[in-house]
Design a protein around this ligand. Structure first.
Ligand SMILES: NC(=O)c1ccc[n+]([C@@H]2O[C@H](COP(=O)([O-])OP(=O)(O)OC[C@H]3O[C@@H](n4cnc5c(N)ncnc54)[C@H](OP(=O)(O)O)[C@@H]3O)[C@@H](O)[C@H]2O)c1
Length: 299
């Protein structure tokens, strides 16, 4: 039985319900399908590379941010062992908020076997306090020799989906080779209004191969906000329901037909409220997307 069949089987359905993969349906947010499955994900998730264990007040802020994210229907949470203590704080907060059954938890594998890859992956499960990781991704193609082990974990249901990530355009040629040569379910790639290279190569290939796509750094690590500092949101942004700069930028990303979910980094509640709004209402049409690009390039 292949992985897609597994998900459709009774065991797979039970697992999906247990881990919350299907729970997002009906949240009111725009949802996108995971190709080849009956499962959908809200089009905006959360990136946590700036999450870490802090003092009581900092931990409380992250708890409140994550609570708001979940209450507004967000489910996709992306982390990695490389993000300092992000997995540790997430494990604690998810437990405290009792939301494990409602979220789609994505983390990463980032070591070769000989450098302790398997131990590193085991540690992620421990830190995240979970028996099942919804998406395990090889981080920046580092430790690709872990793929057979991760597939084994997928076959017994410890990992539901398998993927690879990059956030560097210079890595795209290697990334494309792996996309073509390995059997994957997801990719994660950098794509934003100021960083559109993926749309020419990786995103169409993902569509051809039937892969789900997470988009990292969709706000250009905050650079997009600096680029429009002092500018008014153009009046025509209202035509596709963008009420803020963040929504203008994120609606651009999630309106690409290959994109399943964008994962902006968010430590603040106000950013969660703003960004999840991008996954409501209309999305830009191809003509409106072209207008966004031309407008941004003329800045
Ligand atoms: N190779 C890889 O696998 C890879 C590489 C890079 C990133 N990633 C993933 O992608 C995620 C996103 O990347 P990123 O966080 O570096 O970049 P980003 O999402 O492009 O930008 C995040 C920055 O924008 C700010 N922001 C968010 N929403 C905002 C809003 N509505 N208004 C104003 N500012 C706003 C955030 O502030 P606050 O934090 O204060 O809310 C943060 O400073 C990461 O967290 C990580 O999960 C993966």
């Amino acid at each position: 039985m292949n992985r897609r069949d597994l998900l459709k089987s009774a065991a797979g359905a039970t697992l999906a319900l247990k881990t919350g993969g299907l729970a997002a349906q009906g949240s009111g947010l725009i949802e996108k399908p995971i190709p080849g499955t009956d499962e959908t994900l809200p089009a905006i998730g959360i990136g946590t590379n700036r999450y870490s264990v802090g003092d009581d007040q900092e931990n409380l802020q992250l708890l409140q941010t994550l609570r708001t994210f979940s209450q507004l229907g967000g489910t996709v949470i992306d982390t990695a062992p490389m993000y300092r203590s992000s997995e540790t704080i997430l494990g604690r907060l998810i437990d405290e908020l009792e939301i494990r059954d409602r979220i789609f938890l994505a983390t990463k594998s980032d070591r070769d076997r000989k450098d302790g890859g398997p131990t590193r992956v085991d540690n992620s499960f421990q830190q995240l306090r979970t028996e099942v990781v919804d998406l395990m991704q090889v981080h920046n193609l580092r430790g690709l020799d872990m793929l057979p082990t991760l597939r084994e974990m997928q076959s017994i249901g410890q990992v539901r989906y398998l993927g690879i990530t990059t956030s560097r355009t210079a890595q795209f040629p290697d990334f494309i080779r792996v996309m073509r040569n390995e059997k994957l379910d997801f990719i994660q790639v950098n794509y934003a209004l100021n960083d559109r290279e993926a749309a020419g190569t990786i995103l169409p290939l993902a569509q051809d191969l039937g892969l789900a796509v997470l988009v990292n750094v969709p706000l250009g690590r905050g650079r997009l906000f600096r680029a429009v500092q002092g500018q008014q949101l153009p009046g025509w942004a209202a035509d596709f329901g963008a009420r803020s700069w963040a929504q203008f930028f994120l609606k651009y990303v999630i309106s690409h037909p290959a994109v399943t979910c964008a994962i902006p980094g968010m430590r603040r509640i106000s950013h969660v409220e703003d960004n999840l709004g991008a996954a409501t209402g209309a999305l830009p049409t191809p003509a409106q997307r072209a207008r966004q690009e031309a407008w941004f390039d003329s800045l």
